[in-house]
Design a protein around this ligand. Structure first.
Ligand SMILES: [Ca+2]
Ligand SMILES: [Ca+2]
Ligand SMILES: [Ca+2]
Ligand SMILES: [Ca+2]
Length: 204
């Protein structure tokens, strides 16, 4: 019995010593090589996605379009104005022709005749170009345009005094659209939106 107690005590002593002497190989080693306070194991100020660059860490100033993720949010900044369209400096996707203005992007509402290309397509439009495009778009969608067929001629005849008559023609076209039950509501909405934009440009 004595020898058993002796052996047991010896075993406990050896185990205790081994735990104390052998280093824990699984322990995390916190590293902050670049000294920005962010580490490779998330201790300190947080996890650093590049421990070799002091300008890269969570909360760092993001530099747009450089292909580098400075603020460690997993991507470079390619949409500065936050309109969900990446800048034309970015490769791929639908480009934003003005990444400092959220009202300008592909598919945005074009304000006719203001000198600015809001929808990033074909530049700004004059009211005449817009009516021409409206007529072509309507014909492509098999919609009759008789109320506005003379509008382009009226706006192009260099006689400003009759330009306002186009307002009435556009109103008649919109009423004709509203009454036509064969036109889908989405197409109707698009045509009415385009017509309304031209009326605004003409000061109707
Ligand atoms: Ca860093
Ligand atoms: Ca960047
Ligand atoms: Ca934009
Ligand atoms: Ca415009």
């Amino acid at each position: 019995m004595k020898s058993f107690v002796y052996l047991f005590t010896l075993a406990v002593l050896i185990f205790t010593l081994s735990v104390a002497i052998i280093p824990n190989t699984h322990a995390e080693i916190s590293i902050d090589v670049d000294g920005d306070g962010y580490t490779t194991d998330g201790t300190g100020l947080g996890l650093d996605c590049d421990d070799g660059n002091v300008a890269i860490h969570p909360g760092a100033t993001e530099i747009p379009y450089d292909g580098i993720d400075q603020d460690c949010n997993s991507s470079d900044l390619t949409d500065v104005d936050g309109d969900t369209y990446a800048s034309n400096q970015d490769v791929g996707g639908t480009p934003d022709c003005n990444d400092t203005n959220p009202a300008i992007h592909p598919g945005a509402t074009e304000i006719i005749g203001d000198g600015i290309d809001q929808d990033c397509k074909d530049g700004d439009k004059t009211p005449v170009q817009a009516i021409n495009d409206l007529i072509l778009f309507a014909h492509d969608n098999k919609v009759k345009t008789s109320p506005i067929d003379s509008a382009v001629k009226i706006l192009n005849d260099k006689n400003k005094s009759n330009d306002k008559s186009v307002c009435g023609k556009l109103t008649a076209f919109v009423n004709h659209l509203k009454a036509d039950k064969k036109i889908s509501s989405s197409l109707k909405d698009t045509l009415i939106q385009k017509s309304t934009a031209i009326k605004i440009a003409l000061g109707c």
